[in-house]
Design a binder for this molecule. Structure first.
Ligand SMILES: Nc1nc2c(ncn2[C@@H]2O[C@H](COP(=O)(O)OP(=O)(O)O)[C@@H](O)[C@H]2O)c(=O)[nH]1
Ligand SMILES: [Mg+2]
Length: 631
């Protein structure tokens, strides 16, 4: 069975609702007020089956829209999901303002197929019908509804004349409609919310993509509320699943009618992120009454959602009617929008349709739109666009989760799209992250440059610690590790324990020097706080004074030795022990004077004063008069 959604469009009183009823037997004017006033206010729904040539059944879901200019916003909530339009023009009135406005909307929203229906054919003579047909043909010239792709069918809902021709035209047109993607991630923009006695909360909408299953847990965007699908109805019949392209009603638990409203979207939990910034390609209608200025306040409609928003034109202070531009839409509240979604812009006041277009990026990177990226996003080539999304993340890469969130593609689709670029090594996969090879190379070069800089500034230090080097890069730890490993593997870097250095660089110790270093370390470690004079230690070494000085500098850099005053150098372990003693002393007394300190540590005054000053600097103690307070 093939399911498609047929929308009506056209001026008020041109016979849209009557036509749907003549075809399906269902009165789509469901509200009491609609029946009383005889006009359509909100969306109406109906359905019918038709046999297709191959024996397959064609299921048509109808969305009947209001024609009145005051209810265009309701029309916009319904038009988003349609596959095929019936543009209804009454033969006795021909083209009227909402014929034009609805037709503009259909084109901006990207509807690809349709049939023009000249209704009320019974109300005019053959000659008038011919004149109207000519007028309409001219009106449709160069559009998706122009002959020979789309027929013009005269009908009378009153007499039934032409209805069989219309059904045939529907079957022909429906055969050309491409099925929506039921494998893609589920998205159901809500167009109605109500309670049903004995059932509870029900939402309806046209399933944009994916499949809904009974008992599934889903999330309401943008509120994040979790709901469970208690029941699924497709075109009024209970079902275990609903697939993309079907009119779908979901009976939900976990939310009341007060938690849900038209414009929200139902999707799998934690898959998407609502956005306030949307980069688009926008076209200002030739019929727009005035130029569109950047930063203008507008009404923004996408799928079933509508909101006041600000439009920021890229690189233009304004555009003239008929012109196109990249733009950023700034929404007051986050909404779930994805690339490829179409939108309509209506003037803030008076409210008329002035523009529309397609969403290129609903997860823009920077404060301003990036025209290079948008140009690619506009190409409609999924592999190219996905690559551009990876490239723009540079060495940080794009995780699978984020790729799903940004595109709405499933993990399988993303895996398939990236197969060739991975094979060609245009990109690499590191765990869950896809990264552009060029960006990895750039990061490698940057690390090597940093290392060169480090060595020239620190000639006496063997290398930089891995952690310190990582902190200088803005990439994720996994990415840094992978790149570092690769550099070591390629022998562009050496790793010595926790240190990283350029090959052949760093401090290379001769045996004598290494032994001297050990001796110095030992001498200070054994001395505790009663350290020997540095010149005495140096005098006892096998190496010359210059080298010995170099070794001491090295030990100071590595914080093995610590300079407490110009004269005094201690081993770090001795100072660590001193800290412990001071902390333990605090339990006995908050205050310590020089005498007590000498007694505690066993050092002479010569050492006690510099050590206490050192402790003051380290904020372990604080001088109070002649004594110290232990902090
Ligand atoms: N004579 C005639 N009247 C029609 C036909 N279709 C609709 N009408 C009448 O036109 C009026 C408006 O029809 P309706 O379907 O509500 O128009 P909508 O506003 O486009 O939905 C109603 O009074 C209908 O009875 C038709 O084919 N022939
Ligand atoms: Mg109507």
């Amino acid at each position: 069975m093939k399911s498609i959604i047929v929308g009506t469009a056209g001026h008020i009183d041109h016979g849209k609702t009557a036509l749907v009823k003549a075809l399906t037997g269902i009165d789509a004017d469901r509200l009491e007020e609609e029946k009383r006033r005889g006009i359509t206010i909100d969306l109406g729904f109906a359905h019918m089956d038709l046999p297709m040539p191959g024996g397959e059944t064609l299921h048509l879901g109808f969305v009947d829209v209001p024609g009145h200019e005051r209810f265009v916003r309701n029309m916009l909530a319904g038009v988003g999901g349609i596959d095929l339009v019936l543009l209804v023009i009454a033969a006795d009135e021909s083209i009227k303002p909402q014929t034009r406005e609805h037709f503009d909307i259909l084109q901006l929203i990207g509807v690809k197929r349709g049939i023009t229906v000249l209704t009320k054919s019974d109300a005019v003579d053959a000659e008038t019908l011919d004149v109207v047909r000519l007028e309409v043909e001219e009106f449709l010239q160069g559009t998706f509804l122009a002959a020979p792709d789309a027929p013009i069918v005269p009908v009378s809902s009153l007499t039934g004349a032409g209805l069989e021709d219309l059904k045939k035209a529907l079957v022909t047109a429906a055969a050309q409609v491409e099925a929506r993607d039921s494998q893609a991630i589920l998205r159901l923009p809500i167009d109605r919310v109500f309670t049903m006695k004995g059932f509870g909360t029900v939402v309806t909408g046209t399933l944009l993509s994916g499949t809904v299953h009974k008992d599934e847990e889903l999330e309401v965007f943008p509120t994040g509320r979790r709901v469970r699908v208690r029941g699924v109805q497709v075109h009024g019949n209970s079902s275990d699943t609903a697939v993309a392209g079907q009119r779908t009603a979901l009976n939900l638990t976990g939310a009341g009618t007060e938690d849900l409203t038209r414009g929200m979207t139902i999707a799998p939990p934690q898959t998407f992120e609502p956005t306030r910034l949307v980069d688009v390609k926008l076209q200002l209608l030739p019929s727009a009454p005035r130029p569109l200025k950047s930063r203008a306040r507008i009404h923004f409609h996408s799928n079933t959602m509508e909101t006041v928003a600000e439009v920021k034109l890229h690189a233009h202070p304004q555009i003239s009617p008929g012109e196109q531009a990249y733009a950023r839409i700034v929404l007051p509240e986050p909404a779930l929008i994805l690339p490829g979604d179409r939108f309509i812009v209506r003037q803030f006041s008076p409210v008329i349709t002035i523009a529309g277009g397609g969403v290129l990026d609903a997860s823009p990177m920077k404060r301003a739109s990036d025209p290079e990226f948008l140009k690619i996003a506009e190409s409609l080539e999924p592999e190219k666009i996905l690559l551009a999304r990876i490239v723009r993340q540079r060495a940080s890469g794009l995780s699978m989760e984020r790729a799903i969130r940004e595109t709405g593609y499933s993990a399988e689709v993303i895996g398939t799209l990236l197969g060739a670029p991975l094979e060609k090594r245009e990109i690499a996969r590191l765990g869950n992250i896809f990264v552009h090879t060029g960006a990895v190379d750039a990061l490698k070069a940057e690390i090597i440059e940093k290392m060169k800089g480090f060595h020239s500034q620190n000639p006496l230090v063997e290398g930089i610690s891995r952690e310190q080097l990582r902190e200088q890069q803005s990439v994720k730890p996994e990415m840094f590790s992978a790149v570092l490993d690769a550099l070591v593997r390629d022998k562009r870097l050496d790793r010595v324990g926790e240190l990283v250095r350029l090959p052949g660089r760093g401090v290379v110790m001769k045996d004598e020097e290494a032994e001297s270093k050990k001796r110095i370390e030992e001498a200070f470690a054994l001395a505790g706080l009663k350290v020997p004079a540095l010149h005495e230690v140096i005098a006892g070494l096998k190496v010359d004074k210059v080298r010995a000085q170099k070794i001491v500098t090295l030990l100071l850099r590595d914080k093995v030795l610590i300079k407490v005053s110009d004269e005094l150098v201690f081993h770090s372990s001795a100072l660590a022990e001193l800290r412990r003693q001071i902390v333990a002393q605090k339990a006995k007394s908050q205050m310590i004077d020089v005498a007590a300190f000498k007694q505690l540590t066993g050092v002479s005054r010569k050492y006690a004063i510099p050590l206490l000053e050192y402790l003051d600097r380290e904020r372990l103690t604080k001088r109070v008069g002649d004594a110290r307070q232990i902090l």
